[in-house]
Design a protein around this ligand. Structure first.
Ligand code: PDD
Length: 292
């Protein structure tokens, strides 16, 4: 069975053999940044956009990039080649490196880079055919405030606890609320609603990761002449929507039909959601040459 490969500071190893130093700050404190994307037909989609965001995240958190984006892309390519045939989940991480056991980030040296290539675990088909359920909840995350805003930092404790709460309530994703009670994003996704033919999504602000999938969907909207609003949304905007969907590199475009136990629209994936999922997959096919 394909198990994938790991590349640590340029050295490719089997996943089971992969090791990082216990004094690495990424291991100790989540003091690192990361990106997640996937392959289609073995070809990474939107890799340049992801690695550019990784570089911005590192810059935001004062972590120096150990190698160039092109060098990272080459290491991903080599790790994919070593993993062999198949469809792959790609996680690229840059930690602040090792140092004394202090929180002061200036004491660390030599950032560590880790590339994990793992078999893709697709989301269940029924979530696309029948739609997903979400719950709304408060979850204060490190990237919700100005200092780390916009960075994709590895410290996902608040996100994973939110996912746990969602699962306990029978939902598949948690939608995080901001300090004004506004809708921000999912624990690992961006949120869109559709009302009277207008596609609306929370405007970029601290607490929102400006997703690559979100950006691709907005490009599809523009290409198809659909009206889009990047604005502030509140729970009624989701509860009373005609349609809703969430986006991420692994989910792609996933319909949402229930929020806090209330049906959205007629409780089935909406026509614009289906159209935008097709449009997104069209962009993937154009970007990778894969038949999706
Ligand atoms: N993250 N918001 C958050 C908090 C996320 O973690 C993600 C995705 C997104 C969507 O971003 P993108 O479209 O660039 O994948 C939004 C990845 C999938 C993850 O954490 O696994």
């Amino acid at each position: 069975m394909a198990t994938g490969k790991v590349c640590i500071d340029g050295e490719i190893v089997d996943t089971a053999e992969a090791r990082v130093p216990v004094l690495d700050r990424g291991f100790l404190y989540g003091d690192s940044v990361f990106e997640v994307y996937r392959t289609y037909g073995g070809v990474p989609f939107a890799e340049k956009e992801h690695l550019e965001r990784l570089s911005r995240s590192a810059d935001c958190l004062m972590i120096s990039m150990p190698v160039s984006i092109d060098a990272l892309a080459s290491e991903v390519r080599a790790t994919l080649a070593a993993a062999g045939e198949g469809e792959w989940y790609v996680r690229v991480m840059i930690t602040r490196g090792t140092g004394p056991l202090t929180y002061d980030p200036t004491t660390a040296s030599s950032p560590l880079r880790v590339i994990i290539v793992a078999p893709i675990t697709p989301y269940p088909r029924e979530l696309y055919e029948h739609g997903a359920s979400v719950v709304l909840l408060n979850a204060s995350r490190p990237t919700d405030d100005a200092r780390a805003a916009g960075a994709k930092a590895s410290n996902y404790l608040a996100n994973l606890l939110a996912v746990h709460e969602a699962k306990q309530k029978g939902a598949q994703e948690a939608i995080v609320l901001g300090r004004r009670g506004q809708l921000l994003e999912g624990a690992s996704s961006n949120l869109f609603v559709v009302k009277d033919g207008v596609i609306r999504t929370p405007k970029p602000e601290p607490g929102i990761l400006v997703g690559i999938t979100r950006a691709t969907v907005l490009e599809v909207c523009a290409r198809e002449g659909l009206t889009v609003e990047e604005t502030e949304l509140h729970p009624p905007d989701l509860y009373d929507a005609d349609e809703a969907f969430i986006t991420s590199s692994i989910r792609e475009v996933m319909p949402v039909v229930v929020a806090d136990g209330r049906s959205i629209g007629d409780g089935t994936p909406g026509p614009l959601t289906k159209r935008l999922r097709r449009g997104y997959l069209g962009a993937v096919a154009a970007g990778t040459g894969a038949a999706v």
